[in-house]
Structures are given as structure tokens and as C-alpha cells.
Write a protein that binds this ligand. Structure first.
Ligand SMILES: *Cc1c(COP(=O)(O)O)cnc(C)c1O
Length: 392
């Protein structure tokens, strides 16, 4: 077994067959992480294809509406494909190319990571298969079609609840059986070592940019960074460059769904217990039989029963603070950002915004906070309309 990498969390709790593929991945990652040519190629695509760097936008209207700290938005919603996920996918697919792999596979929940992977596979001329829960395929039929338009094959995961958890299980199985010519592009800062470390590495561009941008605009570091947490990739990428800056508060926002005292939530840090899921030791929402429980959020990107092991660790040592926001609060924040700034954020990102709207008034006007807008909300318009119809 590889070493535990984040205090008592992380590690690689996998069968022997997977360990070999993970070891190979770790070696390649370590070889190319600081390789000049690799990084030049990655940066080329991040700039000319994804559209980086993403703006750090001072939301003056929102700041005035809330009172208190100046609110800055890190605009990952402006990336090609509409979210932060492509930062990580590009990095991993370029690694796959260096390894001589011809095919990539990925898991997807609502389809966002699947779309990002299908996009980069098309760009790089690689064969792409996406595993998606059968239930999710029904709910997100448009994203299934979108992936197919991009040339990917979408395979239904039919075990268990037929959602994201099973899609990951089936993608890992498929990978282990075909790892000679296939690379597994994992979509969040989760899974066995070295995936959480790799995903953080490719998402830390968010905070490397925002740190330089805020220093230029404000001449000092922000009081807090606020990001939503599903598996935790946009959050760890948003935090990474500030972890050593103890004066900067790192705040992760989990989905409280219909409330953390109901079974309808996805608040892993608030309600989770240590367990092994998808090859990592982490906190996880469990049922009374200590089995992984179904989780719920209005955000398709936040309903993962576990959390990236580094977040479990940052919480344990007190470096990160983790809070929860309900469906209702997230929807209200989404509508507020639309009306005050003309920006339609993803419902996932709206969890971070909702907490920022509560937090800013507790700060002084000369302080600044940064909220990561992890994605755009075009994909959520129908769900918001349904929600408002049901909750008038
Ligand atoms: C997938 C997704 C998330 C949640 O994933 P993390 O790995 O926690 O970042 C958040 N926001 C958007 C827009 C997403 O697509």
C-alpha cells in the first residue's frame, strides 16, 4: 500500500492489480510535474484553448448589497466548457499522451466531468469512454447526447443506485482491466493516491492566479477564500496557494440540501464518519449499517457521499473551515448574483456565494474575500425553474 498522504486520510486502499497502475501513474506524474516542455504544452492549452487566466472580478454591486468585505469573484465559469473541470482534464490527458495511452475513460455524475473529458479527448484525438449511472443518464439526457456529439461513448453503470458512486466503481474496474492502453481521467480530488495530489496540482492554477491578481488589485492577501465542495477539486485548487498563509481563512461550503438534520443532504464533513470509499480513507456519509448512504443536493455536482482526503485533513487540523448551505439558500444566492451582477452562476458555485453573502457583512469594508465561481449556470436553468414552481 502507498503511504497515507494527508494525516489519517488518503492512501490507496485498492487490490494489487490496481496498485500497479497507480504506481505507474505516480511515476509519470512525478516525472512530468516540473518538466518544462510538459508545462509549456499545458500552459499553451490553458491559455489559448481554455481561455485562462480567468478574471478576478470585483463585484461592486454585490458588495454594496451585502455590506462589509469587498467581494471578488474568481471566474472559472468563463473557461471553455463552462467550469473548472477542464483544468484538471487537460493535465491528465496530456499525461496520458506522454504515457503513450490511446484511450481515456472517465466517470461522470451529472455529466460535467464527462463533457470536459470528451472535449479534451476530441482535441487530442483519443478514444473516450464515459461511465455514467443509468439513473443519471435519464436525468441528464442532454449531456449524454453532448458527449456523444463530441465523439465519446457513454456506458451505463447499472449497479447499486445507478448514480455517481457506481459510475466511479465501474470506471475503476474497466481501467484495471485495460490499463495497458487506457488512462483513467478522475474528475475530482478524490480516489486512491496519487489522484488527489494530481488533481490538486492541475487545479492549483486557480489560486496561483487569484493570489497574484488580488495582490495587484488590493496590495494584500484576502481575508478568506470561499469555494463549494463536492469531491473538493475546485476548493483545493482555490486554497492551494494560500495554505501557508495562516492569516487567510479557507472556507469550504458543502451542500446541506433540505437540511443536515434530514437524510436529504450531502454534508460530508458536517455529518460524515471515517471510512474507505473509492480507494481512499476519508469522511463519508454512512447509514445505520455503516454503509455509504445515498446523498442529496439540488446541485448535481455536489452530491458525492465522500470528500477529497485533503479536505478531511484540513478540517481535522483546523486549517480549513467547512460550513453548509441549503438548497433554498443556494437558489436565492444564484438569483441574487443574476440580478445584481448579471452573472448566472452554477448552482454548485451558488453554495459558495450564499455563504459569502452571510460572511461579508461580518467583515470590515477594507477587507477582501474571494469566492470561486466554479461554473456557469446555463445547465441549471430548468432545475431552478422547477424549484421555484414547487417552492412558491
Ligand atoms: C463538478 C462541479 C463541482 C464540484 O466538484 P469539485 O470537485 O468539488 O470541485 C462544483 N462546481 C461545478 C460547476 C462543477 O461542475
Amino acid at each position: 500500500m502507498l503511504k497515507d498522504v494527508f494525516g489519517s486520510f488518503g492512501g490507496a486502499y485498492v487490490p494489487e492489480a490496481q496498485l500497479k497502475a497507480l504506481k505507474e501513474l505516480e511515476e509519470v506524474f512525478l516525472k512530468y510535474r516540473d518538466d518544462e516542455e510538459f508545462n509549456a504544452e499545458l500552459n499553451y492549452y490553458l491559455k489559448d484553448y481554455v481561455g485562462r487566466q480567468s478574471p478576478l472580478y470585483y463585484a461592486d454591486n454585490l458588495t454594496k448589497a451585502c455590506g462589509g468585505a469587498k467581494i471578488y469573484l474568481k471566474r472559472e465559469d468563463l473557461n471553455h466548457t463552462g467550469a473548472h473541470k477542464i483544468n484538471n482534464v487537460l493535465g491528465q490527458v496530456l499525461l496520458a499522451k506522454r504515457m503513450g495511452k490511446k484511450k481515456v475513460i472517465a466517470e461522470t455524475g451529472a455529466g460535467q466531468h464527462g463533457v470536459a473529458t470528451a472535449t479534451v479527448a476530441a482535441l487530442m484525438g483519443m478514444e473516450c469512454t464515459v461511465y455514467m449511472g443509468k439513473e443519471d443518464m435519464k436525468r441528464q439526457a442532454l449531456n449524454v447526447f453532448r458527449m456523444e456529439m463530441l465523439g465519446a461513448k457513454v456506458v451505463a453503470a447499472t449497479s447499486g443506485t445507478q448514480t455517481l458512486k457506481e459510475a466511479v466503481d465501474e470506471a475503476i474496474d474497466a481501467w484495471v482491466n485495460a490499463s495497458d492502453d487506457t488512462f483513467y481521467v478522475l474528475g475530482s480530488a478524490v480516489g486512491p493516491h496519487p489522484y488527489p495530489t494530481i488533481v490538486k496540482h492541475f487545479q492549483k492554477v486557480i489560486s496561483e492566479e487569484s493570489r497574484a491578481q488580488i495582490l495587484e488589485k488590493e496590495g494584500k492577501l484576502p481575508k478568506a477564500i470561499i469555494a463549494c465542495v463536492g469531491g473538493g477539486s475546485n476548493a483545493i485548487g482555490s486554497f492551494a496557494a494560500y495554505i501557508e498563509d495562516s492569516e487567510v481563512e479557507l472556507i469550504g461550503v458543502e451542500a446541506a440540501g433540505k437540511g443536515i438534520d434530514t437524510p436529504m443532504h450531502a454534508a460530508t464533513i458536517a455529518k460524515g464518519e471515517p471510512t474507505v470509499l473509492h480507494g481512499m480513507k476519508t469522511l463519508c456519509v454512512l447509514d445505520e449499517n455503516k454503509e455509504v448512504a445515498p446523498v442529496y443536493s439540488i446541485s448535481p455536482g455536489l452530491d458525492y457521499p465522500g470528500i477529497g482526503p485533503e479536505h478531511a485533513y484540513l478540517n481535522e487540523i483546523g486549517r480549513g473551515k467547512y460550513v453548509t448551505i441549503t438548497d433554498a439558500e443556494a437558489v436565492e444566492a444564484l438569483l441574487t448574483l443574476c440580478k445584481t451582477e448579471g452573472i448566472l452562476p452554477a448552482i454548485e458555485s451558488s453554495h459558495a456565494l450564499a455563504y459569502a453573502m452571510k460572511y461579508a457583512p461580518t467583515c470590515k469594508p477594507e477587507e477582501a474575500i474571494i469566492v470561486t465561481v466554479s461554473g456557469r449556470g446555463d445547465k441549471d436553468v430548468e432545475a431552478i425553474a422547477d424549484y421555484l414552481k414547487e417552492n412558491q
